[in-house]
Design a protein around this ligand. Structure first.
Ligand code: TYD
Length: 236
C-alpha cells in the first residue's frame, strides 16, 4: 500500500519547522495525538545529504549580500542554486521519500518542490521567461506531487522579525542593517505571493494555516488539520 506524502511550505520565519519538530517530539514521546498509530517519517529539503550541505554553504555565503534582489543580476548564481536544489530533491525522492511511501508510511516533508517553484520562481524573474511554470515543468516528468500541502501563511514583515530575533538568540544575525532587512522583506513578500498563487491554483491540495498567531495556536491548528487530512486519506 502506498503511503501519504504531506509537505509543509511557507516563507522563512513562518514557524513551520518549529511546529513540525514539536509534533515529531510529541509522537516520539507517545503523547495521545489524534493520528497516533500511523508510521511517520519526518524529512526536509534541503536535506542533510551531500547536495544539501553544498546548498547550505552556498546560502551562507550569499546571505552576506542577501538573496533575491541584490543578487538577481548574477544569472549563473541563481541557476546554480536552482540546479543544486533540484539535485538535492532527486536524491531525497529516490533515497528517502519513495522508499518510505512504498512501506506505507506518512511522509512529512519540511519543504519540497513547491519551495523551488515559489523561491526560484522569484530569484529567476527576469532570467528565464515564466520562471514559476518553468520550474514546475522541470519537476513534472520525474518527481511526484504531494498528496497534501500545508502552507504557513504569515506577514513577511513579521517573518523577518522572527528570523532576526532567532538569529540574535543564536548569535548569527546577518540582517542587522535596515537596507538588508528591507530587501529581505521585499524578497519574502514576492515568495509569499508565489505561494499564495499556487495555493489558489490547487485548492484541493493546499491547506493554508494562519501563521501570524502565537506558536501554541499554530501548533493546535496544525494538529487539527493533520488529523483531518489523515482521516480523509484513510483507505478502507
Ligand atoms: P530552510 O528550510 O530554511 O533550511 P534550514 O533548515 O537550513 O534553515 O531552507 C533554507 C533556505 O532555502 C530558505 O530560505 C528556503 C530556501 N529554499 C529555496 O530557495 N528553494 C528550495 O527549493 C528549498 C527547498 C529551499
Amino acid at each position: 500500500m502506498r503511503g501519504i506524502l504531506i509537505t509543509f511550505e511557507g516563507i522563512d520565519g513562518s514557524g513551520k519547522s518549529t511546529v513540525i519538530a514539536e509534533i515529531a517530539r510529541k509522537l516520539a514521546e507517545g503523547e495521545r495525538l489524534p493520528f497516533r498509530g500511523k508510521h511517520f517519517l519526518f524529512t526536509a529539503e534541503p536535506t542533510e545529504g551531500e547536495e544539501g550541505h553544498l546548498i547550505r554553504e552556498k546560502l551562507k555565503r550569499d546571505s552576506q549580500t542577501t538573496r533575491g534582489q541584490a543578487s538577481r543580476t548574477r544569472k549563473a548564481e541563481q541557476l546554480e542554486e536552482l540546479f543544486l536544489f533540484m539535485a538535492d530533491h532527486a536524491h531525497h525522492l529516490e533515497e528517502t521519500v519513495l522508499p518510505a511511501l512504498e512501506q506505507g508510511m506518512v511522509v512529512i516533508s519540511d519543504r519540497y518542490s513547491d519551495s523551488r517553484v515559489a523561491y526560484q520562481g522569484a530569484t529567476l524573474q527576469g532570467i528565464v521567461p515564466h520562471p514559476l511554470e518553468w520550474v514546475r515543468e522541470l519537476h513534472r516528468p520525474w518527481s511526484i506531487v504531494p498528496d497534501k500541502t500545508i502552507l504557513f501563511s504569515i506577514d513577511p514583515a513579521l517573518a523577518v522579525e522572527r528570523c532576526l530575533s532567532r538569529s540574535e538568540e543564536t548569535g548569527t544575525s546577518q540582517m542587522s542593517k535596515d537596507p538588508e532587512k528591507f530587501e529581505r522583506e521585499e524578497f519574502l513578500k514576492e515568495v509569499a505571493e508565489n505561494f499564495d498563487r499556487m495555493a489558489k491554483g490547487e485548492p484541493e491540495r493546499f491547506v493554508t494555516i494562519d501563521a501570524n498567531c502565537a506558536k501554541a495556536e499554530i501548533l493546535e491548528e496544525t494538529m487539527r488539520v493533520l488529523a483531518e487530512l489523515l482521516s480523509e486519506t484513510e483507505r478502507p
